[in-house]
Design a binder for this molecule. Sequence first.
Ligand SMILES: [Cu+2]
Length: 156
Amino acid sequence: MKRFLGAVGAVILGMAALPALAGEIEIGNATLRPPVVAGGNGAAFFTITNHGPADRLIAAAATAARSVELHTHIRDGDVLRMRKVDAIAVPAQGQAELKPGGDHVMLFGLDPAATGPGAHVPLTLTFERAGDIQIEVPVAALPAAASGHHGAHGDQ
Ligand SMILES: [Cu+2]
């Protein structure tokens, strides 16, 4: 019964994207793409809505991951490559969208026990102005065609 409720909760959270609020920053549509291989790397995506002055996401942390970095993709010829970035800018009264093929939060060495189907991964986001925001990121189902690291969080 508990497991059943957990799975339903994850679906509802994923679809309704209950926003997390901290001051003027609101996080919605959070989803975590799990590693293809147990203990591998995952990526978190979400939408940051800023109801205040310009801000920047400057760090992220998760106890379920060995380490966490802010990443973006750059186009290198026909190939999208990931790059670590110091910050992800959020315009005043605007949005920043973290999505596959673009900016994302990269989670290295995810704990398989904490990132199974239906799990919610606690993630702390640190904004330059707004400070820390704690969100719970529902783990998405693995895409059927996923293969290797790039399949795990490449283009979709
Ligand atoms: Cu990455």
